[in-house]
Design a protein around this ligand. Structure first.
Ligand SMILES: [Fe+2]
Length: 385
């Protein structure tokens, strides 16, 4: 990310900066990789260390589905019932040591602040509007937003709509843009399918001046930890730096097309340790006179492939529906459903939107995923012939 600033701060870092009452503001370095990575400098009204009470919170249990079978999966999530709040309502369906993939249809308001104390998060807003309020300011939310949240960010998600749906990646490694899209100086280059103008950064309001009792739930090492303060922890009056949450909307992705079928890396949007996130967006089809727009069969020998179907008619699949999620594990081939190859010839373009998550280590399904599984899917390449 690039340099951004909001609010007020001293001209020189690590120098005296005083509140209207003459007390010093408290400076905090919010940094990745110790003191060696990207960072921001924040100025708090109260010292962020002045916690009044700490309580143990709930354990976060992920129960694996030990199916013992290598096969394709299709999770039907359309009819999931809203449950919990934007944090407690997250249902993990796939996981490995690099990423946990969850769905969430929040029903309740968050009456606390939240911080992921060890992992970055990427939240895809499928349905819903509202805002995310963090110590870096406010990010208004709308459908198809990808929110990237660095570990350690204190925030609350607030929806102003009733029908809300999110896809979440809890990421062991940091999430960023593909290195091949940016110059040595960090600027998006002409070959990138998006650029700085497509990225939304935090804005006012920033400083929330409130006293009372405020709860912060920190997620770390498989459980929540409840911290209580006598002031609103979003008490930052100003900050600047390179580490902060931001938003890229999937509809701002400009697809890269060719005369013949282009492989998934042209859809890449984010990269993280051992996995990538791609955006399939409406685009013109391949324009070679004999082109076959549908993808060829492929064996993801080294990776698992997850597709979350967002909107439109996905041209290579039959039987998938709104918010379907398919998991094609490495080691076996997958490809277009019968009939879709012929049907794609001569078509001008597609209106599909989908999020793809390709992991380089195997994913495991959870018992929650078992409840959503369409057991017929592995045989759908025959039945649809
Ligand atoms: Fe694929």
């Amino acid at each position: 990310m690039y340099y951004h600033k909001l609010g007020k701060f001293p001209q020189k870092r690590h120098t005296q900066f005083r509140r209207p009452d003459g007390q010093l503001y408290t400076e905090e370095l919010f940094g990745a990789e110790g003191f060696s990575g990207s960072s921001s400098l924040l100025y708090h009204h109260h010292p962020p260390t002045t916690v009044k009470r700490v309580e143990q919170g709930a354990e976060i249990k992920i129960e694996p589905w030990k199916e013992g079978l290598l096969r394709h999966h299709h999770l039907l999530t359309k009819d999931l019932k809203p449950w919990g709040d934007p944090i407690s309502g997250q249902i993990c369906v796939l996981f490995n040591d690099d990423v946990k993939i969850s769905l969430c249809l929040p029903k309740d308001e968050m009456n606390y602040y939240y911080r992921n104390g060890e992992h970055d998060e990427l939240i895809f807003i499928h349905k819903g509007e509202g805002y995310m309020q963090s110590q870096f300011g406010r990010l208004p939310l709308r459908p198809f937003d990808y929110i990237v949240i660095p570990r350690g960010t204190t925030y609350k998600l607030h929806f102003t709509t009733d029908d809300n749906r999110m896809l979440i990646c809890d990421s062991t490694g940091p999430i960023g843009f593909p290195k091949r899209y940016v110059s040595k100086m960090g600027q998006f280059m002409e070959n990138s399918p998006f650029c700085e103008r497509d990225i939304r950064v935090p804005e006012e309001p920033l400083f929330i001046d409130e006293s009372g009792e405020f709860e912060l739930r920190i997620r770390k090492q498989g459980r929540f930890h409840h911290y209580f303060f006598e002031f609103n922890p979003l008490d930052v009056v100003g900050w600047d730096g390179y580490l902060y949450p931001y938003i890229f909307n999937m509809k701002d992705f400009e697809p890269i097309t060719g005369r013949v079928h282009q492989p998934p890396p042209v859809h890449q949007t984010f990269e993280a340790h051992n996995y990538v996130i791609c955006s399939f967006c409406p685009r013109k089809y391949d324009y070679h006179p004999l082109a076959i727009p549908a993808p060829y069969n492929h064996s993801n020998v080294d990776s698992d492939e997850v597709l979350y179907y967002v909107e439109g008619d996905f041209m290579s699949r039959k039987g998938v529906e709104f918010a379907s999620l398919t998991h094609h594990p490495g080691g076996i081939p997958h490809g277009p459903h019968p009939g879709t190859v012929e049907k794609s010839i001569g078509k001008e373009g597609t209106d599909e939107y989908a999020v793809m998550i390709d992991t380089f280590r195997p994913l495991h399904l959870t018992m929650a995923a078992k409840e959503m599984d369409d057991g017929h899917y592995p045989y759908s390449w025959i039945d649809h012939a």
